[in-house]
Ligand binder design. Structure first.
Ligand code: DGT
Ligand code: CA
Ligand code: CA
Ligand code: ZN
Length: 583
């Protein structure tokens, strides 16, 4: 274990001791030691090896011993025992704003509260208010905090869940007792917002794998640990992760079951029943009753085999939402979905000219390194003054800089090209640049940054922008920020219709806060003949990674390579951009 992991373990001990009502000096010693280790300049391993832990302030014999064991073995039986002695629901209570270990303990001892649900019940019937040290106000605040946690803290943006899940999946993969493993649930379906992370593992030694899982460095606390499953809270945002361990013969059906969605599963079950079979998390069985009898098992070594047995083409996880995938899979009519490597560049991006972090030269160098073919610089227009939007004077200078850079790429025989452009603001009465300026730009993205409160008004402005022949695409059409801000009021279908009628493309903004237009709208957009552009809306180099996220959301929207304009090679893209202008 490294020092951060040891610090986390000590902090957890402190918290658990507090929950148990241990003497405050003792609990504080653990928290102080944790903080001290976090700030430690020397490698902790070295201090341990040279037996110099005692030199550290506040580290007595007991702590020295525990730190030495943690560094050496990565485990601490003392902590395991401590965890087992505290009801898992109590730890969950600590995630409630304004509820520390002391109060949680009191609620537990006096009212028997041992979970969020029982705390909520105790608040609702007034028992918390009656408790000494709480009162009406704090009861009301707790209820609010519970509601808030339900609504937000238990939901996470896809990118945060992916980031939390990836190292754990890697670790599971590396465990010798693991045969196959994968993520399941909404994460595997690439939902824009995730409740909890689900892992499925096949193994002959479930106990060993579960021990390994609950002891992983990224695990903050253990909510439940059974014979074949466990639930934990991960470090960072505190995302919950569930792990199920199954026999390898059950792996494919378990993976399918826990991938969901629930709606998709229900339809799968119905199809099995219609064939005289039974489908559950343990397998597909020749039976008319619930069973787990291996003798009745229809061999399904892979998900592909399972789908085939039910008369279906393989349905990619992104499409498992019961949004028409069964009809298509039956008729061999599922689309061949976009791959993120099909994307050759992004057509909506920013640089230091407006509110981006990196210079155009640095952005271009990075794009070349990533093997991309083009990258449009669409900095903000002047109405976005808070984002340092460009007026025509500065835009003209930017065009010169881009021309110089492109000249250099040409001289160096690099195929990559920068495209000029603007993310032009959609104002009350038209666009922020006149047509003669827009006509000089390679790429024009029109975005509504300051919406009105009226649906009709927002819809009117967006349609007017779509009708402008100089506008290639609408940016982040609804303005939503996931888990932060709802979409502004807008008649999305009417705007899509206008885009269809005018040949205007719609962006799938791949920023993980946005994923706008929503995946649920693309089938309708496709039916109106609207093309998509998967854009990073990059403000810094790390945002290039959004291409992969956005491509997943495009897949979820049933989009194929030919539906997405930025899969085109440069010359074809230029032709398409020009054609859009000719109408
Ligand atoms: P989330 O975690 O809220 O973002 O959404 P999911 O889809 O990951 O849901 P979760 O974690 O509760 O369960 C994982 C999958 O397990 C779910 O997609 C389908 C399956 N599942 C869970 N409960 C049920 C159920 O009651 N019936 C059926 N048919 N499937 C279920
Ligand atoms: Ca889940
Ligand atoms: Ca789950
Ligand atoms: Zn924007």
């Amino acid at each position: 274990m490294d020092k951060d992991q040891v610090a986390a373990a000590l902090g957890e001990i402190g918290t658990l001791l507090e929950l148990k009502g241990e003497n405050p000096f003792k609990t504080r010693a653990y928290h102080n030691a944790a903080r001290m280790l976090e700030g430690l300049a020397e490698p902790l391993g070295l201090l341990v090896a040279e037996k110099r832990l005692g030199e550290l302030k506040g580290i007595g014999d007991a702590l020295q011993e525990k730190i030495t064991i943690l560094v050496g073995t990565g485990r601490l039986p003392y902590l395991d025992d401590l965890r087992a002695s505290v009801p898992p629901g109590l730890l969950e209570l600590l995630q409630i704003q304004g509820l520390g270990p002391k109060k949680a303990r009191k609620l537990h001892e006096e009212l028997g509260v041992d979970s969020l649900a029982s705390l909520e019940a105790a608040c609702k019937d007034g028992r918390v208010a009656a408790l000494e040290g709480f009162g009406d106000k704090s009861q009301a605040r707790l209820l609010e905090a519970i509601a808030f946690k339900r609504q937000f803290a238990s939901r996470h943006r896809l990118v945060d869940a992916l980031t939390a899940a990836e190292p754990i999946l890697e670790a599971l993969r590396g465990h010798p007792g693991v045969v196959r493993c994968g993520t399941a649930g909404s994460l595997r379906r690439w939902k824009e917002v995730i409740g909890d992370i689900d892992f499925v593992v096949s193994s002959k030694r479930p106990g060993e794998v579960l021990d390994f899982f609950v002891g992983l460095p990224g695990v903050r606390s253990v909510l439940a640990r059974g014979e074949t499953k466990a639930s934990v809270i991960l470090d960072g945002e505190g995302i919950q992760a569930d792990l199920r361990v199954v026999d390898d013969a059950e792996f494919a059906t378990a993976l399918a079951y826990f991938t969901g969605s629930k709606e998709h599963n229900i339809a799968m079950r119905q199809r099995a029943i219609a064939r005289g079979l039974r489908l559950n998390e343990y397998g597909l069985f020749r039976a008319t009753e619930e069973t787990r009898d291996p003798a009745l098992r229809v061999d399904c070594p892979t998900e592909e085999a399972l789908y085939e047995k039910l008369g279906l083409d393989y349905v990619p996880p992104e499409l498992r939402e019961d949004h028409g995938e069964f009809v298509a899979a039956e008729k061999h009519a599922l689309p061949r979905l976009l791959e993120w490597t099909d994307l050759r560049g992004s057509l909506h991006n920013h640089s230091t000219w407006s509110d981006g972090r990196n210079s155009i030269a640095d952005v271009a160098a990075h794009a070349i390194e990533q093997g991309l073919a083009y990258w449009a610089m669409t900095d903000h227009s002047r109405a976005s003054f808070q984002a340092n939007g460009l007026d025509w004077g500065r835009l003209r200078l930017q065009l010169e800089e881009i021309a110089d850079l492109n000249k250099r790429f040409e001289d160096e025989e690099t195929d990559f090209r920068l495209l000029t452009g603007s993310e032009v603001d959609i104002l009350k009465d038209g666009l922020d640049f006149p047509d003669d300026v827009l006509a000089q730009l390679d790429v024009v993205v029109a975005s509504l940054h300051v919406p009105s409160g009226e649906e009709a008004e927002n819809t009117r402005r967006l349609i007017a922008a779509a009708e402008n022949p100089n506008v290639h695409m609408l940016g982040h059409l609804t303005g939503r920020l996931l888990l932060e801000r709802d979409a502004y009021k807008v008649n999305v279908q009417a705007v899509i219709d206008a885009c269809g009628a005018t040949g205007t493309w719609i962006e799938l903004n791949a920023n993980p806060y946005r994923f706008d237009l929503d995946w649920r709208q693309w089938q309708y957009a496709l039916s109106r003949g609207v093309k998509c552009v998967v854009n990073c809306d990059a403000h810094r180099l790390e945002h290039f990674g959004f291409l992969r996220l956005g491509a997943g959301l495009a897949r979820k929207g049933w989009l194929t390579k030919s539906d997405v304009m930025n899969t085109l090679p440069l010359e074809k893209l230029r032709a398409a951009l020009a054609k859009k202008r000719r109408g």
